[in-house]
Design a protein around this ligand. Structure first.
Ligand code: ADP
Ligand code: MG
Length: 689
């Protein structure tokens, strides 16, 4: 048995900075470091040296193949394996991997969604090494994190826009930091720590259900007598099989330099959570993609299946991903950390204000950034944050901002008015007691936690939006403050003005409360309940202006993403609907029919007679729902326009699916267990020990 300890295995499969430092010639390492820190392009010579050393390292670790590992717009990761082996003329082989193979690849772009970009540009796509993200070995394959673009340079992936958004934020944050005299800071990077929720179920149950296999969620299933109402799972001990899975998972993640720290059960039975230590956003994004992939693989080894879908089971909580986000300087300062001196505090308040303004100005884009067919089942379903975006700041910080807005003294002891940039902020406890779990966007002491993300999605887009929106606030602030004759007064006025303008987005109460939704409407906050509703705003002028002005997306790149959103939504629901039709027609209705026949043969007793009557009525209505859904699916095929099609899926297909499910779930409760064709919720949720 392998008994290496954590420090030994941590990062052992990563071609990290320290490995590069140890193995590369000094000059080459310097170039790589400049590429990482300042985005400098690697020279061809340096690329060759790095490639050679990377290959050597990978071969020593047993790798035989390499791949450019990238993140197309599907939200999954892609790889195409090439062997290091090259035949030579004399029939021998040499192991080759050139600088060009490292920095450039040409996967066929036509097999990835391009949202129309394909029509205008040629099918070839290019991948290029992103040196800010380290290469790693996964299952004998050297994986090189790459960006993926079209021949014309349009981003075909999620990584390029994310890197561009980080650059936009860096640029504007540096302007603002200069105003506060931070001359030693040369870069600002955003940091992310995504907490990942997931379900673990037994493989046997999974294999017996086509809905889980095809769609990752149950499309049928009556609620069992016991769900999560006892709340005994969250605090309960982790079951031995799950414990073994978690241990194995941690080892695998550590090898890839992903430091998973906390793991615990979640609210729903069979639900768990993993939290990594935060890191730079693009690396955190790579790591989260890898984490999801490895969770699935490790589960398989344990005879388990890891469900990452946002809503695998109706009636119990779904799974999300909490995106902890902040900004850090290369000198090690967290910009969302309240400071000790008036100046530090003033800087903190300005940065805080920038985030508040960004979230208010781009509520719709933030909502869009977490939109998916799966996440629509969670947001607003009284278990996850509502579809309305608001910010939780905690009472102390809110009072401080109110005092600034109203020009009133803060706190009982304070005699003087609180003037930003002059006074030390009153100390407020970092971890305010009511850690509001219902807020979609919460300040948690020195970072924000964006809680609307679905468990299955890549964190790239939400962070691209967040970074760009905050970059825009900072830009506007820098534009105003750079020319100010009296900096302190201008700063105070700016914060006062901006908080006044954006106060509506701050809400410290219970986000799950219906009263809040009404209140939010009065405040004019947007409530975009579904993906089609939200995505209608994607191409709004203000959003296009935001992304194009910061050079995060071109208008064409946005159009393509708009299409991919709608395409993915309709395709997913189409698969779900067809899976339901198949299960109803081939599994459920025949099973119920067989049971009816048995009942019909023994109608002398009341039980059989009454059950048969009930079942006959429900079978009729289930079959009616089946036919209605079938007709709707056929009709959807004829709709060409994507926006119209998405609306049809949202308004018609989903409604018909719900009706079919309701009648079939009723039949499940009426049918003898031995007749039911697949495992029930009870079987699935309580099988793992
Ligand atoms: P919880 O929210 O569960 O109480 P923590 O506050 O410890 O837990 O942190 C949750 C997550 O936030 C962890 O993944 C952690 O790495 C991440 N995190 C902490 N500080 C930062 C930061 N400055 N930037 C981004 N993520 C952070
Ligand atoms: Mg959290």
């Amino acid at each position: 048995m392998n008994m290496k300890d954590t420090s030994e295995i941590f990062g052992e499969n990563v071609f990290s900075l320290s490995v590069m430092k140890a193995r590369l010639p000094k000059e080459t390492f310097k170039e790589v470091k400049a590429a990482i820190d300042n985005g400098k392009r690697l020279s061809d010579e340096a690329a060759s040296v790095v490639a050679n050393e990377m290959k050597q390292w990978a071969i020593e670790k047993g790798a035989t193949h390499y791949t450019h590992w990238f993140q197309p717009m599907t939200g999954y990761t892609s790889e195409k394996h090439d062997s290091f082996v090259n035949p030579t003329d004399d029939g021998n082989i040499i192991l080759r991997f050139s600088g060009k193979a490292l920095t450039q690849g040409e996967p066929d772009a036509s097999s990835f969604p391009s949202g129309g970009l394909r029509a205008t540009f040629e099918a070839r796509g290019y991948t290029a090494w992103d040196p800010t993200s380290y290469a790693f070995i996964k299952e004998g394959v050297l994986c090189i994190p790459t960006a993926f673009c079209s021949y014309g340079g349009e981003a075909l992936d999620k990584k390029i826009p994310l890197l561009r958004s980080m650059e936009a934020l860096n640029k504007q944050a540096l302007r603002v930091l200069k105003l506060f005299g931070n001359e030693d800071v040369s870069s600002v990077k955003t940091t992310v720590g995504p907490e990942q929720e997931y379900f673990l179920i037994d493989e046997e149950g999974y294999k017996a259900r086509r809905d889980l296999i095809y769609t990752g969620r149950t499309l049928f299933g009556a609620v069992p007598p016991k769900g999560q109402q006892m709340e005994d799972h969250y605090f309960g001990a982790i079951k031995p099989r799950v414990q073994a899975f978690m241990k194995d998972l941690n080892d695998e993640l550590w090898k890839l330099g992903i430091l998973a720290t906390t793991e615990h059960n979640e609210v729903a039975p069979s639900q768990h959570e993993l939290a990594p230590i935060f890191t730079t956003t693009n690396i955190a994004t790579d790591h989260n993609q890898l984490t999801m992939e490895i969770m699935k693989k490790v589960a398989q080894k344990h005879g388990l299946v890891c469900l990452l879908h946002e809503k695998p089971f109706a009636g119990v909580n779904g799974s999300g991903k909490h995106n902890n986000w902040s900004m850090s300087t290369d000198t090690g300062a967290n910009l969302l950390e309240p400071g000790e001196t008036p100046y530090e505090n003033a800087q903190f308040l300005l940065i805080l204000t920038a985030v508040i303004k960004a979230v208010d100005d781009y509520q719709d884009m933030l909502r869009i950034s977490v939109a998916s067919a799966g996440n629509d089942h969670r947001l607003g379903a009284n278990e996850a944050p509502p579809a309305v975006i608001s910010i939780f700041l905690g009472s102390e910080l809110t009072e401080i901002l109110e005092a600034i807005v109203k020009d009133e003294p803060y706190g009982a002891k304070e005699k003087e008015l609180l003037k930003v940039g002059v006074h030390v902020l009153p100390k407020f406890p970092k971890d305010t007691t009511d850690r509001n779990r219902t807020s979609p966007f919460a300040f948690t002491g020195n970072k924000f936690e964006f809680r609307m993300l679905g468990s299955a999605a890549s964190v790239a887009l939400p962070n691209t939006v967040l970074n760009t929106a905050v970059a825009e606030s900072l830009k506007q602030f820098a534009d105003k403050l750079e020319g100010a004759s009296d900096f302190t007064t201008a700063l105070h006025d700016l914060i006062k003005e901006e908080i006044t303008a954006h106060q509506r987005i701050i809400f410290n109460g219970n986000g799950y409360d219906d009263a809040w939704i009404e209140e939010a409407e009065k405040r004019g906050l947007s409530n975009l309940r579904t993906l089609p509703d939200a995505v209608k705003h994607y191409m709004d002028d203000k959003n296009v202006a935001l992304f194009t002005s910061h050079k995060v997306y071109s208008e064409i790149e946005m159009q393509s993403r708009h299409e991919v959103f709608l395409e993915k939504y309709t395709k997913l629901i189409d698969i779900e609907a067809k899976t339901m039709l198949e299960m109803a027609k081939q599994d459920i209705l025949p099973a119920v029919n067989a049971y009816s026949s048995e009942l019909a043969s023994s109608t002398e007793n009341v039980f059989a007679q009454e059950t048969l009557d009930e079942i006959t009525a429900d079978l009729t209505s289930a079959y009616g729902s089946y036919k209605a859904l079938k007709a709707a699916v056929e009709k959807s095929d004829e709709i060409e326009d994507l926006v119209e099609k998405a609306d049809f899926f949202k308004d018609e297909i989903l409604k018909d699916m719900t009706e079919l499910r309701t009648s079939c779930d009723k039949l499940e409760e009426e049918t003898a267990a031995e007749y039911w064709p697949f495992p029930t919720y009870g079987d699935l949720l309580f099988a793992v020990r």
